[in-house]
Write a protein that binds this ligand. Sequence first.
Ligand code: NAP
Length: 339
Amino acid sequence: MTDTVLVTGGSGYIAGFLIRQLLAEGWRVHTTVRNPAREAALRPLLGGDADRLRFFVADLTADAGWAEAMAGCSHVAHVASPFSTTAPRHEDELIVPARDGVLRALRFARAAGVTRFVQTSSVAAIAYGHPRGTMRRYTEADWTDLAGPGVYAYVKSKTIAERAARDWVAAEGGALEFVSVNPSAVLGPVWSADFSPSIETVRQLLGGLLPGCPDLGFGIVDVRDVADLHVRALTAPGLAGERFIAAGPFLKLIDVARILKAELPGEARKVPTRRLPDWLVRIAAVFNPMIRQITGELGNVRDTDASHALAVLGWQTRPVDQSIVDCARSLIDLGVVKV
Ligand code: NAP
C-alpha cells in the first residue's frame, strides 16, 4: 500500500492507534495537530520516519494548513473533534468546531481529489434523545433526536456534525465517498498521560475517586478495534454513504468495577463495588456541572448493535475484559493512577 491518508487530530487517542496501524500496513500518513510543538513527543509514539509520517498544523476552526495537509492524499480519516469531560460554558464551544471542522475537511478533501472520507462520528449521533425504557438495541438506521431528552452539548455536536457532513456530501460531494464510524465508549491501553476523556471512568474507579458506582452504563469498545474498523472503512470497496457502529457489550459501571476487582485483585483495592443511590448522584449534580449533564442517564440502557460492521467488513472485537484490564494496567504503568 503506497497511498497517502490524512488522519486529522494526530494528538488524539483513537487517531494515534489508527496512525500506528496505517503505518504498519504500509501507508504514508499525514496528520494534523493544533500545536506544532506536539510533533516531537508524538513521533516516537506513533512510529514512522519523516518520509512516512508528516505533521501539519491545522485547526478545525480555520482554513490555514488544510490544503497542505490534504495535498497528495487519496483518503481521509477525520477523527478530530472537541471532546471533553467538562461541560462547556456554551454548547457552541463543541458544536461549532465539530460541524464547521468536518465541513472544512470535506471541502479541502474534495478540492484535493480525495476518493474516500471516513468521519469518526459516535453512537452519540444514534442513541440519544429517545424515550427511556425502550430496551432495544440501536442500529445505524437510528438518529439521535436533538429535541428529545438527555441531549447534552457533546451529543449535539456529534449529531449535528454527522448530519451536516452527510448533507454536504449529498449536495456537493461529487465522487467523494463518505463513510462514518460511530464508536461507543472507547477503552483499551493508553500510551501517554494525555488521554481521551473516555478513559476517565477507569481512572476514577481505579484511583478510588468514586465513593461508589453511579447507575450508569455504556457500550465499550477497544481502541485497537476502533482503529481497525477505521482502516476497513477506508479500504473496503463500495461503502459510499455507509455508517458503522463500533461497539462492544453494554456494561454498567459496577460491572466494570467487578471486572477490575476480579482481574487485578492487587491493583484494584480502591475500586468501589457498591452502587451509589441515584438520589446521592443527583445531590452531587447540584454542585458539579459535569455530573449534572449525565444525571438523565441514571438507570438508562443505551445498547447499540455492531452486527453491520461484523457482517459487512468482517470486523472482530476483542473481549471487553481485556480492554478494561489493559486500560487499567497502562494507567498504572504510566503512573497516572496510584494504586
Ligand atoms: P481525544 O484524545 O480527546 O482526541 C480529540 C482530538 O481532536 C485531539 O487530537 C484534539 O487536538 C482534536 N481537536 C479538538 N478540537 C480541535 C480543533 N478545534 N482543531 C483541531 N483539532 C481539534 O479523543 P478521542 O477519544 O481520540 O476522540 C477522537 C474522535 O472520536 C472524536 O471525534 C470523538 O468525538 C470520537 N469518539 C470518541 C469516543 C471515545 O469514547 N473516546 C467515542 C465515540 C466517538 P488537541 O490535542 O490539540 O486538543
